[in-house]
Design a protein around this ligand. Structure first.
Ligand code: NAD
Length: 371
């Protein structure tokens, strides 16, 4: 199969959809891999490494797209990329269509087959192509929070682990899912005193069991949130209510009870944020201060560690890429019901119910297309 890897063009996106290791595997299976010149540079993968892996480098972006049967990307296609797609091509990438009507309609008009990373499920539950980025963001949240606690960043001037004779900082993580567990784990590793709040008792049980009581687990209520606000040096927001905007768990009024120079890291900012005073920021200017509290609200945290993120993402996508390349989209989806959940748009029709519902469009069952 002819597989293309364009260079990402979304602002400050440095990840790439295929590493040289992945290219080598696809070439070894008899596929033709074309990589746009410079596509891997931002993630530390030079063109020469793709060439050595057997891929062909192409400088002309129009050719990269037009000659491909399967196009691998990271971010949702930008308008100029949508215009390059055509019927008969398969696009495999993050799409997040339910919030993007123009993109949905653009992909329908292209006639292409569009499979979204984020709606593929796993037999054991969860979203296997979203989890690696949540893991990265969770781990980064503590790094970002610790840095923001430094005086020069507007923070209180507190060192997370403390030192002998000085108590460690208190870190509260709201939401103990993939992001939250990874954040809590990092904070524990750095020697902070860690509390995780969640609404799910099974989740709190898992964390309590896994960490043998080394982190406190607390049921999330208005009371426990107020206590967290009063006591914490660093609060990490990591909640997710599937299909809904994040609930505003800390209001502006509550900031008055926080210690001056304490820090809020809102990882849920990509779903609107779970603090009332959160607004999306970028890596260029990640923080701002409201009522003496430092806010870190970067919506694409994994972008800052593009190399690690690329490797983590491609480790997870590679088995699906191999299936698409070896069997074609129809057979690959027919063989794997969890992979089939990834199909969002095919030849002008929406195939994912939540996307169709969001825009009042008809939905065609994937099973009818692949059966
Ligand atoms: N900013 C970024 O770069 C970035 C990167 C990756 C993920 N995210 C976001 O991080 C958030 C968390 O993702 P995840 O993968 O960990 O989700 P997840 O589903 O694994 O975990 C979410 C947790 O929140 C809990 N929760 C829901 N409502 C709550 C409440 N009121 N109080 C306390 N806990 C509550 C759930 O029970 C669940 O355990 C999502 O919004 C996701 O989009 C952001």
């Amino acid at each position: 199969m002819k597989i293309a890897v364009p260079k990402e063009i979304k602002n400050h996106e440095y990840r790439v959809a295929l590493t040289p290791t992945g290219a080598r595997e696809l070439v070894a299976r008899g596929h033709e891999v074309t990589v746009q010149a410079g596509a891997g540079e931002g993630a530390g993968f030079p063109d020469a490494d793709y060439e050595a892996a057997g891929a062909r480098l192409e400088g002309d972006v129009a050719k990269v797209w037009s000659e491909a049967e399967l196009i691998l990307k990271v971010k949702e296609p930008q308008p100029e990329e949508v215009a390059r797609l055509s019927k008969g091509q398969t696009l495999f990438t993050y799409l997040h269509l339910a919030a993007e009507e123009d993109l949905t309609r653009g992909l329908m008009e292209s006639g292409a087959t569009c499979i979204a990373y984020e709606t593929i499920t796993a037999p054991q539950g969860g979203l296997p192509l979203l989890a690696p980025m949540s893991t990265v963001a969770g781990r980064m949240a503590v790094q970002a929070g610790a840095h923001s606690l430094e005086k020069a960043q507007g923070g209180a001037g507190v060192l997370l682990p403390g030192v002998p004779g000085v108590a460690p900082a208190r870190v509260t993580v709201i939401g103990g899912g993939v992001v939250g567990e990874n954040a809590a784990r990092m904070a524990l590793g750095l020697g902070a005193e860690v509390t995780v709040l969640d609404k799910s008792i099974p989740r709190l049980e898992t964390l309590d069991d896994r960490y043998q009581g080394r982190m406190k687990t607390v049921f999330s209520t208005a009371d426990s949130l107020e206590e967290a606000v009063r006591e914490s040096d660093l609060i990490i927001g990591a909640v997710l209510v599937p299909g809904a905007a994040a609930p505003k768990l800390i209001t502006r009024a509550m900031l008055a009870d926080m210690k001056p120079g304490s820090v809020l890291v809102d990882v849920a900012i990509d779903q609107g944020g779970c603090f009332e005073t959160s607004k999306p920021t970028t890596h260029a200017e990640p923080t701002y201060v409201v009522d003496g509290v430092v806010h870190y609200c970067v919506a694409n945290m994994p972008g800052a560690v593009a190399r690690t993120s690329t490797q983590a993402l491609t480790n997870a996508t590679m088995p699906f890429v191999v299936a698409l390349a070896d069997k074609g989209w129809k057979q690959a989806l027919a063989d794997d019901a969890h992979f089939a959940e990834g199909l969002n748009v095919h030849e002008g029709q929406v195939t994912y119910p939540a996307v169709a519902d969001a825009f009042g469009l008809d939905c065609v069952e994937t099973a009818k297309l692949i059966g």
